[in-house]
Design a protein around this ligand. Structure first.
Ligand code: AMP
Ligand code: TRP
Length: 331
């Protein structure tokens, strides 16, 4: 039976299976997904072809893929409401990426901040895949006629590119793509390292500055205890003068689902010590509940969900691809 689109507007997002997701990625992107299922037709993808733009151990790819599916589910994504699937299960993604590679300009891709950062120091041996990565991301988005793309701050530029490519293609060949828009959190779109509030908390930096969603609870405690703070002793959100405390307040607010104003009020007259002790509790409670959900899901279930998702995602993808190929003169 064909999957019935319940809501008119379409949401698409994805994460690479290249390691464990941390609380930054959770707050910036994944935590938005569960709510969106109630209002939109949602597709959540495990983007494995994106993962291989940097060297991966082949035997790890499946492991990280299943972990990521379970992570989506533990964060409240419901396979009865949303489509969860693996990018490589639909060849239409890479096919459209190739076509869009011929629409994208070198100048478009040379502007991409993430490429500049990731290729730093690699010079001529950086993969071409890493360079055209944003085009594959545009294909993911445009193939499913996406309206809304929830992501963290670092992906906003890539969604802009998807918009530009959609408009350019539509102008040149005829209207086929919806023009997508990114949804980036006002506060929380860029969670910073616990060790350096000027550096993004990231998968690649798995040290004391980064807490994974599947982190050992005692380790997570230690990381909060060791988190750097600013000078002074007041718990105040002030990104310019108190970047470290502002980051911790943002984490506190999202993981406890309380507003920053409310938290600031609670800590009026108190110091960093009290605040960090409570933040430790907030993080531990959050991680424990998350991991409890996670551990309920088996690899077998995750695989089944991907299989069902593949069938559902295929329909729209093929529809778009057939139209695109016809427009460019390929049967
Ligand atoms: P990654 O973990 O880099 O594969 O990113 C997965 C998703 O999480 C993307 O939408 C990112 O924009 C988002 N993200 C990653 N790191 C952070 C961070 N430190 N703060 C907020 N969002 C993030
Ligand atoms: N590039 C994104 C990241 O690194 C992952 C991604 C791939 C994505 N395709 C996407 C995100 C489509 C949103 C929509 O996090």
């Amino acid at each position: 039976m064909p999957f019935q689109l319940k809501h008119e507007q379409i949401v698409f997002s994805g994460i690479k299976p290249s390691g464990r997701l941390n609380i930054g990625g959770y707050i910036g992107s994944l935590s938005q997904w569960a709510e969106m299922q109630e209002k939109y037709t949602c597709l959540f993808c495990v983007v494995d072809y994106h993962a291989i733009t940097v060297k991966q151990k082949p035997s790890d790819l499946e492991k990280w893929t299943l972990e990521l599916v379970k992570t989506y589910l533990a964060a409240g994504v419901n396979p009865k409401k949303s489509i969860l699937f693996r990018q490589s299960d639909l060849s239409a993604h890479t096919e459209l990426a190739w076509i869009l590679n011929c629409t994208a300009h070198m100048a478009d891709l040379k502007k991409m901040t993430q490429f500049k950062e990731k290729s730093l120091g690699q010079k001529e041996t950086v993969s071409v895949g890493l360079f055209t990565y944003p085009v594959l991301m545009a294909a993911d988005i445009l193939l499913h006629q996406t309206d809304i793309v929830p992501v963290g701050e670092d992906q906003k530029q890539h969604v802009e590119l998807a918009r530009d490519l959609a408009k350019r293609f539509n102008n040149e060949y005829g209207r086929v793509f919806e023009i997508p828009e990114s949804v980036v959190r006002k506060n929380g779109a860029r969670i910073m390292s616990l060790q350096d509030p000027f550096k993004k908390m990231s998968k690649s930096e798995n040290g004391a500055g980064c807490i994974d969603l599947l982190e050992d609870i005692e380790e997570a405690r230690k990381k909060i205890r060791r988190a750097v703070t600013d000078s002074g002793n007041q718990i105040k959100y002030d990104k310019k003068n108190k970047p470290a405390i502002s980051n911790l307040l943002t984490i506190y607010s999202h993981l406890s689902r309380r507003s920053i104003d409310e938290i600031e009020k609670e800590y009026e007259g108190k110091g960093y010590g009290d605040f960090k002790k409570d933040l430790e509790g907030v993080v531990v409670d959050f991680l424990s509940a998350f991991q409890k959900n996670y551990n309920k899901i088996s690899d077998q279930e995750a695989l089944k969900i991907l299989e069902a998702g593949r069938e559902r995602a295929e329909e729209m993808a093929q529809k778009t691809l057939v139209k695109v190929k016809k427009l460019i003169g390929i049967k």
